[in-house]
Design a protein around this ligand. Structure first.
Ligand code: ACO
Length: 371
């Protein structure tokens, strides 16, 4: 019998790199030229002139509409009860995943995914994460303030109990816009695999949150801060980075599966961080470390264009608005609800089970040994 692996001449691409697995009208991620377009609009223009609510509607419906209010959804009693029962030290991503799971358990996110469902779950997630963050500190959740019309501002309000400054609200709103959508990344693809089985949107989002939790995807910005703390100052950065690269470790906030040019989201967020004016010393160090890191990554990996990714300046913005680092990945997830749900809705056009082939490389057929 021929060896199955030898007989099968199809190309296998580890990690599905370079494999075309779908078609989308939602966003163009142009890795060579460093462009990110939301339905054709460059991310830098979107961030300069838009709001997260406009971005959500654009991703879901395809239209750039005038600003509309996007108030947060209230917490439900079952979700609050579930959050209160989580063990001490629960990861915020696990808490958010649990909250979406409980919230969707009444069937409100049943197949097929709709724009109304997308609006609802995107407006629920910030309330749930803020409630978790307060409950773990022994504080009660804060009801949404109906006079607050944007999810980023509402999230900061529901976390702290006070309305954020206009500058902080705007900075987090900009981050939400930048983080809203990014093509067939791991978490979006996870959501699609689930929705393609005609499962419900809550399950798809729970799977996506699980994928985003990993440090190679959404877990990097907290580690960026950690790395900068470990370096201590820019003059120690070169030795610290060389040591990491000598040991084949990865620098968080650098490298990307698609981008070979500078990540346009990092450029947009760097501007936002500079405009915030908070944490100027920290930002100054980050900028110097970035230069050193890019130089050394080129030296150690000349074969691969490793550039700054979105997570590097995410750390600056999220820290600047006062979020604790362990909420960074879950805050990313709040924004990415827009993209996950947009892709799930778009997939209705394809409506085909996602089931790739795998090449078998194990033993040929044989008889069980006598034992
Ligand atoms: N630091 C050091 N070396 C790196 C880095 C990095 N950040 N990224 C890639 N490399 C090296 C790898 O070690 C590998 O070297 P080798 O061939 O000698 O083993 C080579 O570059 C290729 O790496 P791959 O893993 O094949 O590249 P891939 O495209 O699969 O990885 C990834 C992309 C996972 C993002 C990677 O660059 C990484 O781990 N970066 C750090 C984590 C990070 O910042 N994640 C956030 C990404 S942005 C987002 O998801 C929103």
């Amino acid at each position: 019998m021929p060896d199955a692996a030898v007989a099968d001449a199809r190309t296998y691409s580890p990690g599905l790199a370079g494999v075309l697995a779908g078609e989308t009208d939602i966003a163009l991620v142009d890795g060579e030229l460093g462009r990110l377009l939301y339905r054709g609009y460059p991310i830098i223009q979107v961030v300069q002139h838009g709001t997260f609510s406009q971005v959500c509607e654009l991703l879901w419906t395809g239209d750039w509409k005038p600003r509309i209010p996007q108030p947060p959804a209230p917490l439900t009693a079952p979700v609050e009860a579930a959050l209160r029962q989580l063990p001490a030290g629960t990861n915020a991503m696990d808490a958010l995943r649990t909250a979406v799971s409980v919230w969707g358990a009444d069937g409100r996110l049943a197949w097929p995914p709709t724009v109304e469902q997308a609006r609802a779950v995107t407006a629920f997630a910030p309330t749930a994460l803020a409630a978790f963050a307060r409950i773990r500190q022994g504080l009660d959740p804060i009801d949404p303030d109906p006079s607050i019309e944007g999810l980023a501002e509402a999230f900061l309000h529901q976390l702290t109990g006070t309305r954020p400054t206009a500058a902080d609200a705007r900075a987090l709103d900009a981050y939400f816009m930048v983080a809203a959508e990014h093509g067939f990344n791991a978490s979006t693809f996870a959501a699609l695999v689930i929705i393609a089985t005609h499962s419900d949107l809550a399950s798809a989002i729970c799977g996506a949150i699980g994928a985003l939790k990993g440090p190679w995807h959404g877990g990097a910005p907290a580690e960026v801060i950690d790395q900068l703390h470990q370096m201590g100052s820019a003059d120690k950065a070169e030795a610290w980075i060389r040591d990491k690269l000598d040991h084949h470790e990865r620098l968080m906030g650098f490298g990307h599966r698609v981008y070979r040019a500078y990540d346009p989201r990092a450029a947009a967020l760097r501007t936002v961080a500079e405009q915030m004016g908070t944490n100027a010393a920290w930002l100054d160090m980050a900028v110097q470390v970035e230069d050193i890191a890019l130089r050394l990554l080129k030296e150690y990996h000349p074969e691969r264009a490793l550039q700054t990714n979105v997570e590097f300046y995410t750390a600056a913005v999220l820290q600047g608005v006062g979020l604790p680092p362990d909420l960074f990945p879950a805050t990313f997830a709040l924004a990415r609800h827009a993209g996950w749900t947009a892709h799930c809705i778009e997939y209705l056009k394809t409506d085909k089970l996602i089931r790739p082939d795998v090449r078998y490389t194990g033993p040929q057929e044989r008889d069980l040994p006598a034992v």
